[in-house]
Design a protein. Sequence first.
Length: 82
Amino acid sequence: MRANTHPPYGPVVFRDRAANHAFLTRSTMTSAKTIEWEDGHTYPVVDVEISDVSHPFYTGTARVLDTAGRVERFERRYGKRD
């Protein structure tokens, strides 16, 4: 592996602003903003719009479209294909 070709890989806090949830992991992302974590150390923080805590698929609040009803309504409106 070549030296000095890969970005630095270190601890970063990802913060989900919608759910008020944060988690510490390792990443190559960096940020000028920092946060003091539960262990007393200061880490760079990256704000994200959505995470597994607030995403409808993972929270079970995802809506399922009624595709059968939509097809029937389309066929009533425009007629069935032969």
